[in-house]
Design a protein around this ligand. Structure first.
Ligand SMILES: Cc1cc2nc3c(=O)[nH]c(=O)nc-3n(C[C@H](O)[C@H](O)[C@H](O)COP(=O)(O)O)c2cc1C
Length: 214
């Protein structure tokens, strides 16, 4: 697929249908993500994928806890992370925009998160405990490459804190090795026809984030 098309296709999809993704396709998507650059070719990433019964157990436990309103705590950041004012403003713009776009359907945004987007596949991205911050940078590149590769295979994706906000549940059912830090989760699948998937998140004007010194 043409690169511009792949880039355009990679959008956060918050509601998936039940169509499965073959093990071969998952393998190819992860193999493509391995082309991401990393500090000194250190390739710190590890990938754990949950499907089938494992996924069903994770979803049941996650739903129960999310519906009870239990606050999550990701492993990457201790305590509640804070963002600078400009980033908080962007997030607020997105939130207001998507809620207005969804109208009466806005409460479904929370409900579908508790259901982990109904995804048929959850991908967990990890790095060794105690890794330098560079490995988090590398893992970000890996995650984006994975989502672009997925788009190229006609597979939709959803990067979400929601997926890793109860690390103990993920650890229990995937048997994640204790020496791995759970950093990020990405849902994969095929889009459900749902307005939840149609909101075009905006971007700030490039002039605001770019400085070119000649
Ligand atoms: C690290 C990270 C965490 C995210 N967590 C969530 C989440 O928990 N729930 C959610 O609905 N979207 C989440 N998103 C998706 C963003 O809201 C989305 O990427 C952003 O609004 C831009 O939209 P786009 O991906 O469609 O271009 C997350 C994205 C990233 C990169």
């Amino acid at each position: 697929m043409e690169f511009a098309k792949v880039l355009q296709r990679r959008r956060a999809v918050r509601h998936f249908n039940a169509d499965p993704i073959s093990v071969n396709t998952l393998h190819s998507i992860v193999a493509a993500a391995q082309q991401a650059p990393s500090w000194g070719d250190s390739q710190p990433w590890r990938v754990t994928i949950a499907t089938g019964d494992t996924l069903a157990r994770i979803k049941a436990a996650h739903r129960q806890r999310a519906q009870a309103g239990v606050k999550g705590h990701a492993e990457l950041t201790a305590g509640t992370p804070t963002w600078p004012a400009a980033s908080r403003e962007n997030t607020q713009t997105w939130l207001t925009g998507i809620q207005a776009f969804l109208g009466d359907q806005a409460p479904q945004l929370d409900a579908i998160q508790a259901d982990l987007f109904d995804a048929p596949v959850l991908v967990y991205l990890t790095i060794p405990q105690g890794s330098p911050a560079w490995s988090v940078y590398d893992l970000g590149a890996f995650g984006q490459t994975l989502m672009l590769a997925a788009a190229d295979y006609g597979v939709a994706s959803m990067p979400a804190y929601e997926i890793i906000k109860y690390p103990d549940i993920v650890r229990q059912f995937t048997e994640l090795p204790a020496d791995q830090l759970l950093v990020m989760g990405i849902a994969l699948g095929h889009r459900q026809a749902d307005r939840l998937n149609d909101y075009p998140a905006g971007r700030t004007d490039t002039h605001q984030i770019l400085t070119i010194k000649d």
